[in-house]
Design a protein around this ligand. Structure first.
Ligand code: HEC
Length: 179
């Protein structure tokens, strides 16, 4: 059997393309809201996380300054950050010798206009160096991101940040609005 170079190359490319992201994360299956019983509509199940996230998404794109994580998860993230990230990135995320900051200019410039999905993916897939993805679960990495946003000066809110990729992708990193 003879495969043309082009076909072979294409096959290799598509094989490569499939591997990364999907294999790395255990994403929760979106819950289907039962439309047949109105009392179970999103509004009625306040406190249900899926409904809260659906509400955020329905409200449109947002930024890191709009209370996108909870203090509880930021505190949990702090515990992991202190154990697994702080030696290099410093207690306030300002970085250190040979290590870039994760707060301040990192978010204001380098990650400007990226989404929290991009930022979380980077941290989860690359950090800590040599033990990539091993600081905790995918949700633990989200909690670390919440702690980094806390260090950066963003205020917490009522709805936790989760491994729901739509939720993460809906939140953009921008400079703190003036005023
Ligand atoms: C052994 C030192 C070390 C540890 C521990 C470490 N990092 Fe890093 N981190 C680095 C270095 C070096 C870079 C720059 C690498 C690059 O740009 O590719 C970096 C880059 C980053 C960046 C991108 C910063 C930017 O804007 O360039 C993030 C976010 C990050 N690390 C998060 C984490 C998190 C979260 C942890 C803990 C789970 C962690 N790091 C642990 C050394 C470390």
């Amino acid at each position: 059997m003879h495969l043309s170079k082009g076909a072979l190359f294409g096959a290799v490319l598509s094989a490569l393309a499939i591997v990364p992201v999907a294999a790395q994360h255990d994403l929760p299956k979106p819950k289907v809201v039962d439309q047949s019983s109105p009392e179970q509509s999103a509004a009625a199940v306040t406190g249900d996380l899926d409904a809260q996230i659906a509400g955020q998404l329905a409200a449109g794109p947002t930024t890191i300054w709009n209370n996108v994580f909870t203090q509880v998860q930021a505190d949990h993230g702090k515990t992991i950050y202190t154990a697994k990230c702080q030696t290099c990135h410093g207690p306030t995320g300002r970085g250190g010798p040979g290590t870039p900051p994760v707060t301040g200019s990192a978010l204001n410039s380098k990650w400007a206009d990226a989404t929290l999905l991009d930022y979380w993916n980077f941290a989860h897939m690359n950090m800590p160096p040599g033990a990539q993805g091993q600081a905790g679960s995918a949700q633990d990495y989200v909690d670390i991101v919440a702690h980094i946003l806390d260090l950066h000066g963003a205020d917490p809110g009522d709805v936790p940040l989760t491994v729901n990729e739509d939720q993460l992708a809906n939140i953009t990193i921008v400079r703190k609005p003036k005023g």
